[in-house]
Design a protein around this ligand. Structure first.
Ligand code: UDP
Length: 238
């Protein structure tokens, strides 16, 4: 298994994944380690688009006594901080990147333009999508599904911190929780599995976008998934 099984991927990195063991903010060692893995994907010739989360800074829905829309915009801004940290780490090791934001901020990034994003990918640049979808009441998981559909990615790699796939119940609470190797989107919805919000799940299901949920904590997992090793939980429409 030395050949990648995907040509174009969307890698969804949650904010937590970039926070390392601190659980909040950015852990530079973790960002550097993930960047090395992304570089390996590029060296294999894989076109890599990344959607970054922002939960290590702010989650809109958790705000109390605050306008939800304002709170969600704060969350989206958090994703931009993460995107810039990731861009910096990647460029430090020679990976050419472009950050595109769903909310225009021309001084620091390009605006999201689908055709331009695809062109960057074709030229071997890593494209980092920031500011979510640009809309409140959505998540960056939904953004990953949306961007994957738009740029015709073959798969979404959902890299999770602290868990290595989808379980039938919380493995931290229930020691006999069962991990799924394979699942259908409809099962996630029917069983109410909390791996992604229902909007993101439905978008993937309706557009037949395969998803692989796996743990980011184990070094080289991102590369191993792309090389076709049986890691995590594979989710498909049927
Ligand atoms: N967010 C939003 N619209 C989007 C994407 C994100 O309003 O299209 C906001 C929302 O408040 C969310 C926060 O940004 O809680 C951070 O994103 P998310 O929770 O998806 O980050 P992750 O859990 O992946 O770190």
């Amino acid at each position: 298994m030395t050949e990648p099984i995907f040509k174009r991927i969307v890698l969804k990195l949650s904010g937590e994944a970039l926070a390392g063991d601190k659980g909040h903010g950015i852990d530079i060692d973790t960002v550097n380690r993930i960047s090395e893995e992304i570089k390996s994907l590029r060296d294999l010739g894989v076109e890599v688009a990344i959607v970054v989360g922002g939960g290590n800074f702010w989650r809109g829905r958790l705000a109390i006594d605050m306008d939800r829309t304002t709170s969600d915009y704060m969350g989206m801004l958090g994703t931009v901080i993460n995107a810039l940290a990731l861009q910096d780490a990647l460029e430090n090791i020679g990976v050419i990147t472009r950050v595109q934001t769903a909310i225009e901020m021309r001084q620091i990034a390009e605006p999201y333009i689908r055709r331009r994003a695809i062109r960057h990918l074709e030229k071997g640049r890593v494209v980092i999508f920031a500011a979510g979808s640009g809309n409140p009441y959505f998540s960056t998981d939904t953004t990953a599904a949306l961007r994957a559909a738009e740029i015709e990615a073959e798969v979404i790699l959902l890299a999770k911190k602290g868990v290595d796939g989808v379980y039938d119940s919380d493995p931290y609470i229930n020691t006999s929780a069962k991990k799924f190797d394979k699942l259908r989107y409809i099962d996630i919805l029917n069983m109410g599995l909390g791996i992604m919000d229902s909007t993101a799940t439905s978008l993937c299901m309706d557009n037949s976008i395969p998803l692989i949920v796996f743990g980011i904590d184990k070094p080289n997992n991102i590369v191993d998934v792309v090389l076709g090793k049986k890691i995590g939980t594979h989710v498909k429409e049927e």
